[in-house]
Design a protein around this ligand. Structure first.
Ligand SMILES: [Zn+2]
Length: 277
């Protein structure tokens, strides 16, 4: 079932109507009618409203979308209260136990960075990182790496931050929530560098990985299938002067979300990249 935005009701999508006019017009070209017929019966997708024949269909009605958004916000608020953690960390593993000594070092690093001593801050973070076993305690050590990269690019050492992100790829790859965070961090850095177009692409990848995490955790109702709840995407598109192209990219993503679990990541990203070019 889909929602027709023209008729304002739920409908079962059908193929666009068979047109005798086109059939006979194309018959004049001798072979055109063959392609028309083949296209109608084999390739045409069921993407039309059976009542108005328009393709203004979406997965959810505005009411359902608003309802999902409300529920999601309530849940996020509740969880944030319970754990006192940032929303972005909620999608991560909940059974993380941080080492108190490493935590203390990270706090000291924060103070050093505030004092403008990036060098000292980075050294303290490196010390904290060494406390953890990078192969076993990836969820514990990842926030420290995140902090290190942020300090690096915020003090103008962008190349080092990029290198760090690239090195983290292998560590994050087996864990979808960490991949989401990695792309998100890269996106934040690109926003900081005022590169909205590339930032937008990284944020798209982050959302896909975060939504896969939701699927893994059986929290499907928290997924925004329409890509409209987070204003960040539109804002970045606007900054990059790609508003219409973002709508095109969003269409590609919404369609790919029909089968989110089997979404072809590389393929979809290439399409999105092309749409936003
Ligand atoms: Zn309709």
């Amino acid at each position: 079932m889909k929602y027709c935005n023209e008729c304002k009701r739920h409908v079962e999508p059908v193929k666009s109507k068979w047109s005798w006019k086109w059939f006979f017009l194309l018959a004049l070209t001798l072979v055109g009618w063959i392609f028309y017929t083949m296209n109608h019966f084999i390739f045409k997708k069921e993407d039309r409203c059976p009542y108005c024949d328009k393709d203004q269909l979406s997965k959810l009605s505005p009411e359902e979308r608003a309802d999902r958004k409300r529920k999601r916000e309530r849940r996020l608020e509740k969880r944030a209260e319970e754990t006192g953690k940032e929303a972005e960390e909620i999608t991560g593993n909940t059974s993380i136990t941080f080492d108190p000594e490493a935590e203390k070092l990270l706090q000291e690093a924060g103070a050093a960075f505030e004092d403008g001593d990036t060098e000292k801050a980075v050294k303290l973070i490196d010390k904290a990182i060494k406390i953890y076993d990078e192969d076993e305690e990836v969820f514990e050590v990842f926030p420290a790496f995140k902090k290190k990269a942020r300090y690096l690019y915020q003090s103008g050492r962008n190349d080092e931050a990029w290198e760090l992100y690239n090195n983290l790829y292998h560590m994050c790859e087996p864990h979808r929530s960490l991949m989401g965070q990695l792309f998100e961090e890269k996106g934040k850095m690109l926003i900081f560098e005022e590169k909205p177009l590339v930032a937008l692409r990284e944020m798209v990848m982050a959302k896909i990985y975060f939504d896969w995490t939701y699927l893994d955790q059986g929290r499907e109702e928290e997924i925004d299938y329409e890509w409209t709840e987070n204003e960040l995407f539109e804002k970045l598109a606007e900054k990059a002067a790609r508003e219409t192209r973002w709508e095109e990219a969003r269409g590609i993503l919404v369609e790919a979300y029909d089968d989110l679990e089997n979404l072809a990541f590389a393929d979809v990203n290439l399409k999105v990249k092309k749409a936003l070019r």
